[in-house]
Design a protein around this ligand. Structure first.
Ligand code: M6R
Length: 356
């Protein structure tokens, strides 16, 4: 049942501290902090990784590809349906990773089969034990989020983000002791999510925006997939027009849509160039009188430029986007609740899309 929550989605959002602990359980050595993923022990070394996925899982893939590139691995993320239509060159030296919560998404299965046929080693990053993707791929890494009933993926996305971090560690520092601070932050992620859940002001913030024309979500770098995911969740369950943009794309077109009646959610985590540039984009939309909500860890002092701030705890910059996403899950959920939508079964959508 829903354990007292109004919807499965809210229950699953609140299960995240637990599902993240399950995902990490036994995968960080208690003594030396080394990340070890037994299932990946017989995975070969790879210098190129291609991710294939759809929907929310594609956003986790985009994030994963960036993590790997930052660690020196040539990695890309593809929509599985596009990949199946026009596959990237692939060889036996490449790893193709299908990210799929259900393990049954037809497009993702087709892309994995195509990659396999062309000689690549394949890995399924999935939640469902014994699913088709898990059975067909050469390797499987389970995210262990537990069953997800809500059509809108929430806890499984968070666990996918951790899953691609585990994969990145496995591929790039096998045998090397992880930097202590990253492992400490990884161990603390469940508590950080709990803090977001306990303190989020998302419900109050969205109430102001019920009569808006459209909702835009911006992010750069690792915050970009979170912006896309924030918009996807929002459109799925509120039926309002929402779009996610790479913050840098704004002035190449989307800025034409920005008015005083289009709230902007800007995801700004970490410090440095990316955050500074997105703050610049926030100023651009403010000049068009758009209301701005900044989702931030406060590191870049981005909150100064916002009408509202949704705060997250500070953590490693690879993990901060996961926390920002929890705020956006709550944004979507509370807006849908205000609008009295069918949150667990949005119109026209199915939990798992088993036809191409
Ligand atoms: O089971 P999968 O992860 O392969 O599903 C992929 C998408 O269909 C799925 O993430 C969809 O976008 C969700 N409804 C998002 O909330």
């Amino acid at each position: 049942g829903k354990s007292g929550y109004d919807h499965y989605m809210l229950k699953e959002i609140h299960e995240q501290p637990l599902s993240l602990r399950q995902c990490l359980s036994g995968r960080i050595d208690e003594l030396d902090g080394r990340i070890t993923v037994e299932e990946l022990d017989d995975l070969s070394d790879h210098e190129t990784v291609q991710f294939v996925a759809c929907g929310t899982s594609y956003h986790a893939a985009l994030y994963g590809a960036q993590l790997l590139r930052a660690a020196g691995v040539a990695a890309n993320a593809y929509y599985a349906h596009e990949y199946a239509t026009s596959p990237a060159p692939v060889s036996t030296a490449d790893l193709v990773v299908g990210v799929t919560q259900s393990g049954e998404t037809a497009d993702t299965l087709s892309a994995l089969r195509e990659a396999s046929r062309r000689g690549a080693e394949t890995l399924a990053l999935t939640n469902v034990v014994g699913s088709t993707a898990a059975r067909e791929a050469d390797h499987v890494l389970y995210i262990r989020a537990g069953p997800e009933i809500g059509v809108a993926a929430t806890k499984t996305f968070s666990s996918q983000l951790i899953g691609v971090n585990l994969l990145t560690s496995h591929l790039t520092d096998r045998g090397v002791k992880r930097r202590r601070d990253f492992v400490d932050d990884l161990r603390g992620i469940a508590n950080d999510v709990q803090a977001v859940l306990d303190e989020s002001e998302a419900a109050a913030v969205v109430e102001e925006f019920v009569d808006s024309d459209a909702f835009f979500f911006l992010g750069r770098g690792l915050d970009y997939p979170v912006a896309l995911e924030g918009a996807l969740k929002f459109k799925e369950i509120t039926y309002e027009h929402a779009e996610g943009f790479a913050a840098g794309e704004l002035k190449h077109g989307p800025l034409a849509l920005v008015t005083a009646n289009t709230p902007i959610f800007a995801v700004i985590t970490g410090e440095g160039e990316a955050a500074r540039k997105t703050i610049g984009n926030v100023k651009e939309v403010e000049a068009r009188d758009a209301p701005v909500v900044v989702v931030t860890d406060g590191v870049a002092e981005a909150g100064r430029y916002a009408d509202h701030v949704l705060e997250i705890p500070t953590t490693d910059e690879r993990l901060a986007p996961l926390l920002a996403n929890v705020q956006l899950q709550l944004v979507a959920y509370h807006m849908a609740a205000h609008l009295d939508r069918e949150i667990d079964k949005p119109r026209n959508l199915a939990k798992s899309v088993t036809v191409e």
